[in-house]
Design a binder for this molecule. Sequence first.
Ligand code: PEP
Ligand code: MN
Length: 356
Amino acid sequence: METIKPIQFKGVDNKRPIIIAGPCSAETEEQVMSTATDLAKAGIKIFRAGIWKPRTKPGGFEGIGEEGLVWLERVQKETGMLVATEVATRQHVEAALKHGVDVLWIGARTSANPFAMQEIADTLKGVDVPVLVKNPVNPDLELWIGAMQRLHNAGITRIGAIHRGFSAYGKHLYRNMPQWHIPIELRRRLPNMTIFCDPSHIGGKRELVAPLSQQAMDLGFDGLIIESHCDPDCAWSDKSQQVNPEVLNFILNTLVVRDTTQTTESLTLLRQQIDQIDGEIIEALAKRMRVSREIGQYKKEHSMPVLQTGRYDDVLNTRARNAEEMGMSGDFMKTVYQAIHEESVRQQIEVLNNRL
Ligand code: PEP
Ligand code: MN
């Protein structure tokens, strides 16, 4: 794996960012051709479209299937773009190769499944095609690298990665949590691998495509894979995150791409990590306050006092001890917990007075 080199896509300039764009799903021949024509005019060189769609629940649009591959051949012929699609089984790989698909990608649900990855790797033995592996849905870097290793062991040399975020339970700003430190660690482990960011699936919303793309550029990603549809509001899948080719063109034109050799090791990168961690701390504190308010409700219903000093001492002492075990000062942690406790008590009193 250490020998993996940057992917050179046929006829595509390797200047950052390498762009892959196209609809979440191929729906109709007209939708594919109309989107592809506009994207080609905007200078896009690699067209994406899902032919088989992994859906969370049955009953949604599960992809047009093999007939869509004929439309992708038309895209190649009429626009000169390379075409890319997602494969998840032996049959998908065989069909995609038969129809001359230029780039394959592995979806997040598939890269999380070693049996499926092995089946795909076995089918690809002796084939020279670039394969992009999305991160698994769960935040597990080893599983992600393992999926790529299976392809590498099967003789695939043009392997790249796509960071599409990680799923989390509950409602969040992002559809999939970026957890930027994971692709950053992938970059450290495999410094020459071509790494794409998929802002569409991370954000889940049109408005987040531009800021996430900029963040990916600041973090030194090589490329972006962005969902673009000729009529996003009418898309059969992922409509809220798709942008039309004109908007895509605008987003790409406003991106600021700085020299990576300066930024990858720089302060920007470290600060991005701090921002990410602070976001996680604030989310955890909000969760803690929610539980606190529930405790407040319980105490109210059982006519118990808000403040119970024995419990408070316990919290302070155990947290200080834990902090010391992790190389921080116990006094520092006590100060932090005094502040947290103060806010907790304030919120419980609000509950008591029916204000929350
Ligand atoms: C997709 O790219 O349309 C897709 C299904 O993505 P993911 O595997 O990241 O969910
Ligand atoms: Mn999609």
